[in-house]
Design a binder for this molecule. Sequence first.
Ligand code: SAH
Length: 250
Amino acid sequence: MVDIPRIFNITESAHRIHNPITPDKLATLGAALRLAPGTRVLDLGSGSGEMLCAWARDYGIIGTGIDMSQLFTEQARLRAVELGVTDQVTFIHGDATGYISEEKVGVAACVGATWIGGGVAGTIELLARSLRTGGIILIGEPYWRQLPPTEAVAKGCLANAISDFQMLPGLLASFGQLGYDVVEMVLADQDGWDRYEAAKWLTMRRWLEANPDDELAKEVRAQLTSEPVRYATYTREYLGWGVFALMARH
Ligand code: SAH
């Protein structure tokens, strides 16, 4: 059975949202998109399903999510039960690479998992194949809030290179170059980054106490020791993140 590297299933096991976006900003995004009840939403890399479940409850959408983490997919199904939306949302455990929905959707999303399509451009192309005419594509992606002065600083942000990401105006321009209008955006802030990153630390600490002899214990211990300072020095200062709503220009 396919799955993501186990370290993420450990460090993010208690996360409901696996990105720097917060529940209130997810609600803001849903409202900003003016979702009509019954709108079909496809979500590639749906994680623990919070976006689809919350939008099903709040805006009456019909959602399908695909995620490669077995744990997150199980959590998404439990969240659907908790929010009373099991008749509106479906969560599929699997690799979303190349996934195209049978029925066209009004919103096709990939929020913080654009490697699924080999980058932003490839993911937009993939999502477009599931989208009805006039539909909206959602891309969740990092950008540089401040340009790293050196490649070492980019690596400190866990990027491979400065060229991995653009500044916000460059990212917005790149959507235009791909033939899309940017019709909305909701940006994360540093508090949202804290909810995503700092929430891992207590999870790691408790996991270590419960699993001292696990083969990943050394790695988790090393991360717990170094992450707060690394995060505050680099990611929190340099990296922005947002969800961008796009409509084809044609
Ligand atoms: N969109 C969710 C999750 C973002 S984290 C949220 O905002 O909460 C990235 C997600 O992509 C993880 O849940 C991970 O399990 C999933 N993932 C990684 N590679 C994948 C792939 N090839 N196919 C489907 N999901 C994948």
